[in-house]
Design a protein. Structure first.
Length: 348
């Protein structure tokens, strides 16, 4: 069986970097007197865990109403551009050797899927195997990496390119006065990340993955498809869910992998929010500083759904801090579901 490693990671963001205070002003102008408790809801912008985010359009674009068709067209154009930038940087001189591609996204719809356009933009062979993944939301980055590793392993270790791209900002809906829409406007941003995996080269080894689907939890996170776009659905109880359920998930995963739980002393977590990261710390029994890189990504970029955990991975790979033998990638997404990937580090 081929040993599959992470060969490279690269990220890309759009050019419009926006401070939280600017987004707050936009939301205030858009909803005005239509939301009776708007001042209270706007306090979510005062939390210091997010400073800036990146958007594919200038701030004033979001003050105007856009239908589903127009917003999705912006998604298609922007997602392809960001995905190409991240993919080229990750594959670099190995681009011509790529034989399969996995593309993850949940913030827009394309048929033919995004990977078909991306393969042609990158100049990859028409015979390139492709796997588009939609609907995993924030869990998509970890799940996509797991599928890419499985593809590479099944193909004898050939390079496989995995790309996660999300244009969350185009899902902002002026007609949606629900709390969840206003809270989402304070959290989510746009970005793309790409990972090259394969059997030859350095980097952490991808040992295995573990998926968990929790029954009867559809209401926790997802989209409601409406006439004017995708309406965000998520629960404020996600941190509680993490504390109550992730310990059992970790035990089951470690048992399946044949390792002791105490050997997992490093977590590369999707930064869904500061309270979610606190809950991960409590659920794993690891100190808060374990999640410092995830907090930094959240602070500087917001939550970019599936791409965020790969931004954390990129920063983690650049870090000079000592690494334990094993590291765990972790993310949660619609389903409600948990996705884990176990990495083995080279320890000198």
């Amino acid at each position: 069986m081929s040993t599959i490693r992470i060969l490279n990671v690269a990220t890309a963001v759009p050019r419009h970097v926006v401070d939280q205070s600017i987004v707050r002003s936009i939301v205030e102008r858009v909803f005005g007197h239509r939301v009776t408790d708007l001042e209270r809801l706007l306090r979510v912008f005062e939390h210091d865990h997010i400073h800036t985010r990146y958007f594919v359009r200038p701030p004033e674009w979001y003050e105007r109403d856009h239908g589903f068709g127009e917003s999705n067209a912006v998604f298609a154009e922007s997602a392809l551009e960001l995905a190409e930038n991240a993919a080229r940087a990750a594959a670099a001189e190995h681009l011509s050797a790529v034989r399969a591609i996995v593309v993850v996204s949940s913030t827009g719809v394309m048929t033919p899927s995004l990977d078909a356009s991306l393969i042609q933009r990158l100049g990859l062979p028409a015979s390139t195997k492709r796997l588009p993944i939609f609907g995993l939301g924030c869990a998509g980055g970890v799940a996509g990496l797991a599928r890419a590793a499985e593809l590479s392993r099944g193909l004898g270790g050939v390079p496989v390119l995995m790309v996660a791209v999300e244009i969350c900002s185009v899902t902002f809906r002026q007609s949606d006065t629900r709390k969840s829409n206003i809270v989402a406007s304070s959290i989510f941003g746009d970005g793309a990340a790409a990972v090259l995996v394969g059997g030859e080269g350095g980097g952490p080894q991808i040992i295995d993955s573990h998926s968990t689907l929790f029954p009867d939890t559809h209401d926790i996170m997802g989209w409601d498809v409406t006439d004017d776009g995708l309406a965000v659905r998520f629960s404020r109880d996600i941190p509680t869910f993490v504390r109550e359920n992730i310990p059992d998930v970790l035990r089951a995963a470690c048992e399946a992998w044949g390792i002791e739980g105490h050997n997992v002393r490093d977590v590369i977590a999707h930064p869904g929010g500061s309270k979610v990261l606190e809950a991960y710390s409590q659920a794993t029994g690891l100190p808060a500083e374990t999640f410092d890189i995830a907090r930094k990504v959240l602070r500087d970029f917001g939550n970019m759904s599936s791409a965020s955990v790969l931004f954390v991975l990129e920063h983690w790979l650049r870090s000079t801090s000592p690494r334990p033998p094993y590291s765990l990638m972790a993310a949660l997404g619609p389903g409600f579901s948990s996705e884990l990937v176990l990495l083995r580090n080279s320890v000198e």
